[in-house]
Write a protein that binds this ligand. Structure first.
Ligand SMILES: *Cc1c(COP(=O)(O)O)cnc(C)c1O
Length: 376
């Protein structure tokens, strides 16, 4: 059986875990947490990074930092994970969904400006599959209307736009280390602060609204409650597991890129023959091989293909059910303009098995069966 995903595992994680156990210091902000934070600051070149309990939580911190209040509007794509929206709904914002581009599945930068009202506070972009949104245009719109830009970079660790790492381009960025992502620790995330004015408050919100971090650094005599916040810091075991993978970030990236390119080579012909569509990578984007997707003609063809591949023991998955048509999306959001591509393109998209350690013979087998399906 070829599963859709296998959580990344290198083998060196165990040594880092043992070190935590030997030190018997399991709560947050220990040695490995600080190593992880530093890894981000040095390797993706951001002002400040804090690892968190999840990307969902990193997005929640972002919504507080952006000072989102009842009645504020936040612009985002409808083709994204629920957490992108939920974090802002929890602060009582109205979500304004904008259509996506069919080539990258990312928010269509040319439709953002017409969704802006006097209530708009922030633009949240999500770089699907580690392929960047058109950030130059988005930052210029945000500048013109004084909006906060938050990058949901859950898919996008190590991916770049015009040679800048995703997650470091907007005011705030977020990553996920859920076991379905490129680098993992089971459940985990990070918040990346690029606008220095948010650093101090981010640290406080993440520590239950206290200045405990300052206390530990000896900057205050006792620590106390000074802001809203929650327990957004992960334990050291998670941090240790993550650090073992961060140290091998290039190895993981190169492996995945090799697999992604092998899919591309194998499926190029049927894409050129217009039987399926495959990813288009815009010239300014260096992606990170998080996802290899194809697009079928329509939802019916996708269903048949999924079932056919299942009979060959190949597991494939799709996502997302557009947020604006989901039960909560109807209550908390509205779609600005026409849904030309969001629903239609999401119904055609199919993700193929891709994980650290997938073999070229497994990829060949998947591709042969896809080609076979279309021959029948
Ligand atoms: C996985 C994912 C999240 C949530 O990440 P968690 O770490 O599981 O909270 C948020 N946004 C996107 C786009 C994701 O793919």
């Amino acid at each position: 059986m070829i599963p859709f995903n296998k959580p990344t595992y290198l083998g060196n994680e165990i040594e880092c875990l043992k070190k935590v156990l030997r030190n018997n210091k399991l709560s947050g902000d220990g040695e490995f947490t600080l190593l992880c934070n530093k890894w981000f600051e040095e390797n993706i070149k951001c002002k400040k990074a804090f690892i968190t309990t999840s990307c969902t939580h990193a997005l929640e911190i972002s919504a507080i930092l952006a000072d989102i209040k009842e009645g504020d509007e936040v612009i985002m794509p409808s083709f994204t994970f629920v957490s992108t929206a939920n974090a802002f709904v929890l602060r009582r914002a109205k979500i304004v969904f904008v259509d996506i581009r069919p080539d990258t599945m990312n928010i269509d930068e040319n439709l953002i400006e017409s969704a802006i009202t006097s209530k708009t506070k922030a633009i949240v972009v999500m770089h699907y599959a580690g392929i960047a949104c058109e950030m130059d245009k988005i930052l210029s719109i945000a500048g013109k209307y004084n909006l906060v830009v938050i990058e949901d970079a859950a898919h996008s660790i190590m991916a770049k736009y015009k040679n800048k790492f995703l997650g470091t381009i907007g005011d705030i960025g977020t990553f996920s280390f859920h076991e379905t992502k490129n680098m993992i620790c089971g459940e985990g995330g990070a918040i990346i602060i690029n606008d220095g004015k948010y650093i101090e408050r981010a640290e406080i919100i993440r520590e239950k609204g206290t200045n405990r971090s300052k206390f530990y650094r000896g900057e205050v005599e006792k620590y106390t409650w000074i802001d809203i916040g929650s327990s957004y810091l992960p334990g050291e075991l998670n941090a240790a597991y993550l650090f073992a993978q961060l140290e091998n970030a290039d190895k993981i990236l190169n492996e995945r890129m090799k697999s992604w390119k092998f899919y591309y080579e194998n499926l190029k012909q049927i894409a050129e023959d217009k039987i399926i569509e495959i990813s288009v990578i815009p010239k300014d984007c260096a992606h990170n091989a998080h996802i290899f997707f194809i697009k079928t003609k329509n939802i019916t063809e996708r269903k048949l293909l999924v079932e056919f591949l299942k009979t060959k023991d190949i597991m494939t998955v799709y996502h997302y059910i557009p947020l604006h048509s989901s039960a909560a999306g109807i209550i908390y959001g509205r779609f600005n303009g026409k849904d030309v591509y969001t629903t239609k393109e999401s119904e055609r998209l199919l993700r193929l098995p891709l994980f650290y350690g997938i073999t070229s013979s497994e990829i060949s087998y998947v591709c042969e069966n896809i080609i076979d399906f279309y021959k029948r």
